[in-house]
Ligand binder design. Structure first.
Ligand SMILES: [Zn+2]
Length: 72
């Protein structure tokens, strides 16, 4: 009924991330060990809900290269 992102609680977001992992992988690259197919319905549902809420698919990682790290 709304174009606005569907908000998920942190608990729900964490749950759907677990579903992504349980049903393949975070990025859908793997075959679901439960359903036996890639991007199974459970995975797609969880992915869609996270995407609709504008949630990150995975835990944040360090993307910014830190030029001073390990450099004298
Ligand atoms: Zn599955």
């Amino acid at each position: 009924m709304s174009d606005e992102p569907q908000d998920l609680t942190d608990e729900q977001a964490a749950y759907y991330r677990q579903v992504l992992i349980a049903h393949g992988s975070v990025y859908g690259a793997g075959t679901c060990a439960i359903c036996g197919v890639t991007r199974c319905p459970n995975w797609v549902d969880a992915y869609d809900r996270l995407a609709a809420a504008g949630r990150q698919m995975a835990e944040p990682q360090v993307f910014e290269p830190r030029g001073h790290d390990g450099t004298p």
